[in-house]
Write a protein that binds this ligand. Structure first.
Ligand code: NAD
Length: 410
């Protein structure tokens, strides 16, 4: 049985507790913590409603860790607190599973890595998109050589979050202050995680530089005006200037010569997309259209976009029999229903297995630190008009010695 302490019981903490953790028989929710007492009580209620023993409740994560002494702490707070909680937990004998997001400073990331190395505690960066079906299919095909030599990849976090941000003070949600005060690639890891795994980042390859530019910030302003006209503008958002640019474009270069483009796109009207794209010397994969184009298989090509989509749209399905990893071939309705179409379950299952068995976590502190560092470096690059920033090597020079891992992180 793995005894867990949960820090942060907002949308994500409560959702993962209800849909993922309580579906696991080998997990005990020993303690829950939030700075708001009502959310502590909500967490306890979710656990008892599932017929499990009531966990201890806390409003200070330090007291939770010192008192409940969980085997592992799962961190679901806003980005600002991830690292300090992770460091405290590892210093006090708990493994850490940390939700994704931005980070405050580079110094914090170095301390995170140093603490993990010194304490020897497990630290997993819970990037659920590393378990995405399309990402894993494309990675498996790339490893089999179907796309040839990979030269470029791209991805986006394209998700209209205007309501979540604008009503953030009312709803006690962390994004409001981040968007008000910072301008950066604040959420790179949903796309950069799976891209890094495909390119072997920190495993034979590494990111060497980061360049970012941000567009003007108009989306939240226009949305606030619209809400005001409809009589729905919260007072807390009146006359607020949001610093975060609507579209942030980031270019990464890798030691292997590959380039990666990332797009943060969260404050303009649009549909959700991650835009995972692989470009190689023999073909491409595009997630938004679920398209494979291989020159050996598809000699015909059209200059009209509509004709191409008609011919190739969703043809990646044809490759699933041969290349889709087993976890997705055997996915159950319960896993699919557990959040984000199954990715959440796979990710949290991998963490619990590693803690229970005392094995290496599949997405480690070097991955997390490198991916989060893109946030900090993008903020500096944007402020300097797109000046390139050097990516530190968190592995301490071991990046080219670390072996490439399996397609599925487990
Ligand atoms: N992987 C995914 O698909 C995914 C999806 C949604 C959110 N997230 C991540 O989950 C995290 C939380 O997101 P959310 O939408 O639930 O945010 P939220 O603001 O709704 O919840 C965060 C909670 O943490 C609490 N908190 C803040 N500081 C704390 C502290 N020091 N100790 C204990 N509790 C504290 C807040 O009171 C709040 O209840 C973020 O890092 C976000 O990036 C990931």
């Amino acid at each position: 049985m793995v005894r867990l302490g949960l820090a942060g019981l907002g949308c994500r903490g409560q959702g993962i507790l209800k849909q993922v953790l309580l579906a696991m028989d080998d997990v005990e929710i020993s303690a829950v913590c939030d700075i708001y007492e009502d959310r502590v009580q909500a967490g306890i209620q979710i656990v008892t409603d599932a017929g499990r023993p009531a966990p201890l409740g806390f409003t200070d994560y330090r007291v939770m860790i010192d008192t409940a002494k969980p085997d592992a702490v799962l961190i679901f707070t806003g980005w600002e607190f991830h690292t300090e909680i992770a460091i405290y937990a590892m210093e006090h004998g708990a493994a850490v599973g940390s939700e994704v997001g931005s980070v405050n400073s580079m110094e914090e990331l170095h301390r995170l890595v140093e603490t993990k190395e010194r304490t020897g505690m497990q630290y997993m960066f819970m990037e659920n998109c590393c378990y995405g079906k399309e990402e894993l299919l494309a990675t498996s095909m790339a490893r089999a050589g179907l796309f040839g030599t990979i030269v470029h990849m791209q991805g986006s976090y394209a998700h209209d979050l205007r309501e979540e941000i604008l009503y953030g003070i009312e709803n006690r949600h962390y994004r409001f202050k981040n968007y008000q005060n910072r301008c950066l690639e604040n959420y790179p890891t949903h796309e950069l995680g799976p891209i890094s795994r495909l390119l072997g980042i920190n495993r034979g390859n590494r990111i060497v530089s980061v360049v970012s530019v941000a567009s003007r910030a108009e989306g939240l302003k226009a949305y606030a005006e619209k809400q005001d006209k409809a009589g729905k503008l919260p007072e807390s958002a009146r006359n607020v200037h949001f610093k975060q640019g609507d579209i942030v474009t980031t270019i990464l270069t890798c030691a292997g010569g590959e380039t990666i483009t990332l797009r943060l796109d969260t404050t303009l009207p649009r549909f959700y997309a991650r835009d995972f794209t692989v470009r190689g010397t023999k073909g491409l994969y595009e997630q938004n259209t679920n398209t494979v184009f291989l020159e050996d298989v598809h000699p015909e090509s059209f200059w009209e976009t509509a004709k191409s989509y008609e011919a190739f749209l969703n043809n990646a399905k044809d490759y699933e029999d041969q290349y889709l990893p087993e976890i997705w071939k055997q996915v159950t309705p319960e896993v699919l229903a557990a959040g984000h179409g199954g990715m959440d379950y796979f990710c949290y299952r991998a963490f619990i297995d590693a803690v229970r068995d005392g094995t290496d976590v599949p997405i480690d502190v070097y991955d997390g630190a490198t991916w989060m560092a893109v946030s900090v470096l993008s903020e500096i690059s944007i402020a300097q008009g797109g000046a390139p920033q050097a990516m530190p090597d968190f592995t301490g020079g071991r990046w080219f010695l670390r072996p490439l891992e399996d397609v599925v992180p487990c």
